[in-house]
Design a protein around this ligand. Sequence first.
Ligand SMILES: [Zn+2]
Length: 215
Amino acid sequence: MINHHPDEALLLDYATGALSEAVALTIATHASMCIRCMRQINQLEAIGGSLLASETPAECDDGVLAQILMRLDDEGLEPAATVKTESSAILPPPLRPYVNEPLHQLPWKRVGGLYEEYRLPLADTKVRASLFRLAAGTHTPKHSHRGQELVLVLSGGYRDGDAQFARGDFSALDVADTHQPIVDDDGPCLCLGVQEAPMRLTEVLSLRLRRFLRI
Ligand SMILES: [Zn+2]
């Protein structure tokens, strides 16, 4: 069961195409595992659509969402032929077009002796999204962030303070947040992460919707 979700403002920004590719991909991946957020996004898109239909359409940057949807169209919802069962069982459909090799064959980069990172080949390189792999029982040092950090658990789990995170759980940490995730002892943890992200790109429709919904 998923216990940690993106907040409504983030879902709204996703629904209106106001997020970078990296952040939009993270939300899309969470929503593909979370019926609750998927429903909320559908509702927000419907409200946004009717707002747009009732007014002169504003220029809004939907390029990022379009890119992801196009990739999904290209690939369909089936895993790419080159991805073996191991990856396709773990990676939700939105991620699969970005990972064309089995997970164990990806060129993982070891970072600081703590974790391994595979940077996803995004079209928009301004904000990076990566897969992170941490061994069972890893204690990360207590740390804060220079920017916002998003983490979505794909397999395994970790504990952060009193909160437990498992597959599908999402966390968004701010510059002010200090934390110390500890990977569960019973297996490695694979996450999708976006670090130091400027969260929002264009907010024209977003701001209008927020005012409308009082978010
Ligand atoms: Zn959710």
